[in-house]
Design a protein around this ligand. Structure first.
Ligand code: UDP
Ligand code: MG
Length: 139
């Protein structure tokens, strides 16, 4: 299969808990290569924009406050079947239901604080990484 790229955010809980090294190790072990990476932050307004598909939902404010609450690590990852395989490596949204060995199972704590985001389509992945990375930051 051809290589594909996905976009991930290691969320504020993962940075705060000092889990980013272990998560990046797991990502490499799963066969992904890192094509872009940085530590940064987003404002509440940017979080609202990033998660605009969830506007009005019960968890929206909790989610956007959380995403703006501290530093995040953003990455572009590459591998065959990257979008689907990374969503599998993440595990389900609710960390308490995520199996051991998945990123959310090992490093997330709740449904909101679930350690990492993974893009759900090639189109969305490109749109998401374009917000964070310029051409010269992509390898
Ligand atoms: N989320 C939440 N409560 C919910 C569903 C989602 O706090 O009931 C948060 C969670 O951090 C999740 C994000 O909102 O990662 C986006 O939700 P989505 O349903 O797109 O889950 P994902 O695609 O991240 O698994
Ligand atoms: Mg989603």
């Amino acid at each position: 299969m051809e290589t594909q790229r996905t976009f991930t955010i290691l969320k504020p809980d993962a940075v705060k808990n000092q889990s980013i090294g272990a998560i990046i190790g797991k990502i490499h072990e799963a066969g992904f290569s890192i094509r872009a990476m940085k530590m940064t932050r987003i404002s509440i307004e940017e979080a609202e924009n990033f998660y605009s598909m969830h506007t009005g939902k019960e968890f929206f404010e909790r989610l956007t406050q959380f995403m703006a609450s501290g530093p995040i690590v953003v990455m572009v990852l590459e591998k065959s079947n990257a979008i689907e395989d990374y969503r599998k490596l993440l595990g389900p949204t609710d960390s308490t239901k995520a199996p051991k060995g998945t990123i959310r199972g090992d490093f997330g704590t709740t449904t909101t604080q679930n350690a990492a985001h993974g893009a759900d389509s090639v189109e969305n992945a490109k749109h998401e990484w374009a917000f964070f990375f310029s051409e010269r930051e992509l390898f």
